[in-house]
Design a protein around this ligand. Structure first.
Ligand code: F6P
Length: 375
């Protein structure tokens, strides 16, 4: 097949998630076998590009990775624009692009979430490098696409955890709060909370009221229910409390590397939001409460069949677009199709849960509480 692109670089950036390898395989296999492109793997995200750390990818190297978790290329949260180099934060944009040119890369394929979309657009706008991105994140908050890869797997893991928590909650007549990732978007808590039958789902898009939740818990107890499960998004917050700082900071912004002893003194464990919520609700209701925080378990292990399928479709569509010379777009999922969306419509925006989303409507109809007063 004819191709307008002879050589591509592929990097994975931001938090790892299941499906990254399936997507690398999808892009690389189609690019190599169908279009005869040369494919360079860039290690550890944008840092690897700046430091010139790469590996050649061939058909053999991307075989057998459809089902594996993590990323064979490694990842990091480093940004070309502000990178910690030898103790100082420097703008490494020019170096990143010079290295891409030296490697003969016609287009840089970046697999990542919101930060990656911004970094890719930055390389194009500020230094003229052609880029193409795929939407990856368990948070599902990349705009202009129906879904991002990694979300389905994380939702399955969180759902299974909520399923399993039911047995202990019921046996011991407890309240269990399950903290789910998602940064400042509630998709993961909402999806897994509904699928796992959580009684209360708390998401950042709907600030909650402690009184509403405690009334619900007491009412359940009066009606003879032996337990309650709360799915708590890490970014959820009480009404009147600012959203900022709701989720842990994702991007470390050190001006300089801290002196070794300062790091030792920093507290490693603070009371989590889930523990604080459990403490308040236990005090208000007298119901014994426990907390489970799923953390990085949600990003680990093998991708679900739905994510493997999605990554293969997105990867193959990306190779097709590259062959046609379509650059500076994100490959999005819209219904049955994978379509290019201009990157400037994606970068810097976030897809949060609309409070009138049909998932919320359905959950309310089956009695799920969102911690707000229903009007
Ligand atoms: O974006 C994915 C995500 O897992 C978020 O849900 C979470 O807030 C964040 O990354 C955690 O980041 P890190 O793995 O860097 O601690």
């Amino acid at each position: 097949m004819k191709t307008k692109t002879r050589c591509i670089g592929i990097l994975t950036s931001g938090g790892d998630c299941p499906g990254l390898n399936a997507a690398i395989r999808g892009v690389a296999k189609a690019a190599i076998t169908e279009y005869g492109m040369q494919v360079v793997g860039i290690l550890d995200g944008f840092r690897g590009l700046v430091e010139g750390r790469t590996m050649p990818l061939d058909d053999h190297l991307v075989s057998g990775i459809l089902t594996t978790g993590g990323t064979i290329l490694g990842t990091s949260r480093d940004k070309p624009r502000k990178m910690l180099m030898g103790g100082e934060v420097l703008d490494m944009t020019t170096t990143a692009v010079a290295n891409a040119r030296r490697l003969g890369i016609d287009c840089l394929v970046c697999l990542g979430g919101g930060g990656t979309q911004k970094n890719a657009l930055h390389l194009h706008r500020e230094a003229g490098l052609d880029v193409l991105t795929l939407p990856k994140t368990i948070d599902n908050d990349v705009p202009e696409t129906d879904v991002s890869f990694g979300f389905d797997t994380a939702m399955s893991i969180a759902t299974e955890a909520i399923d399993r928590l039911h047995t202990t909650a019921s046996s011991h007549q407890r309240l269990i709060i399950c903290e789910v990732m998602g940064h400042n978007a509630g998709w993961l808590a909402l999806g897994s909370g509904i699928a796992g039958g959580a009684d209360v789902i708390l998401i950042p898009e709907i600030p909650y009221d402690l009184d509403v939740i405690s009334d619900l818990l007491l009412d359940r107890r009066r009606r003879g229910k032996r337990f309650s499960i709360v799915a708590l998004a890490e970014g959820a917050h009480p009404r009147g409390e600012p959203e900022d700082g709701a989720a842990p900071p994702r991007h470390h912004k050190p001006k300089k590397e801290p002196p070794p002893d300062a790091e030792d003194e920093a507290p490693l464990v603070q009371e989590s939001k889930a523990s604080r919520l459990a403490r308040h609700l236990q005090r208000m209701t007298g119901i014994e409460a426990r907390v489970t925080s799923l953390g990085h378990v949600q990003r680990g292990g093998i991708p679900t069949p739905a994510d493997r399928l999605l990554c293969t479709r997105l990867g193959a569509a990306a190779a097709e677009l590259l062959a046609r010379g379509v650059y500076n777009v994100m490959v999005a999922v819209k219904g049955d199709k994978c379509v290019p969306v201009p990157l400037d419509k994606v970068a810097g925006r976030k897809k949060t849960v609309p409070p009138d989303h049909p998932w919320i409507g359905a959950a309310r109809l089956v009695g799920t509480c969102f911690g707000d007063k229903r009007t």
